[in-house]
Design a protein around this ligand. Sequence first.
Ligand code: IDP
Ligand code: MG
Length: 177
Amino acid sequence: MVEFTYVMLKPDGVKLGLYEEVERIFAENGLTIVKHKLDNLNGNKELIREHYAHLLDKSFYPDLENFMMSGDIMPMIVMGENAVAKVRALIGPTNVLKARNEAPDSLRARFGNPDFGPANVIHASDSKENAVVEIKRFFGITITQPEMVEEGSKYEDSGYSKIMKARRKIRESWKSR
Ligand code: IDP
Ligand code: MG
């Protein structure tokens, strides 16, 4: 199923100029960056607290917060088959040393800093539901995931839903050839 996910170059990823490399790797894996922008969280501690609410009580949280304000970020909306899981696999494990050991080709293994936990160059949503929340958080847009379009829902007859249905039919007809 085609889905959306939220991806973000962190300040280290922007400083390393990783956008083109990320775009290339995503394209090779059938993923499209449908929207991206350069932004800055400078002083926006509230938004960082919201985004990393699950880590507020960790001893490294102040480092993470300062790190996220240390330079520009690049929020992206990415679309493709199984985009959430695919992007998570392409970025690799949270911990850069672990990434180097277990997924040496991943973005975090290749570009992250093993000596500073927060500096793992890139963020990606860990579920379709969180992707919707995070896209809203950083772009102010509410995106409907295709599988959330239920029969009879107000989105069912939207142009978007029709495109998705048409794409599914084309794929199915190819499979049965
Ligand atoms: P994720 O980014 O792979 O989803 P989370 O557990 O959600 O991992 O953590 C969010 C971010 O917080 C990580 O990407 C990393 O920047 C930072 N972080 C997580 N665990 C640690 C740690 O143990 N030390 C320092 N920073 C950490
Ligand atoms: Mg996370």
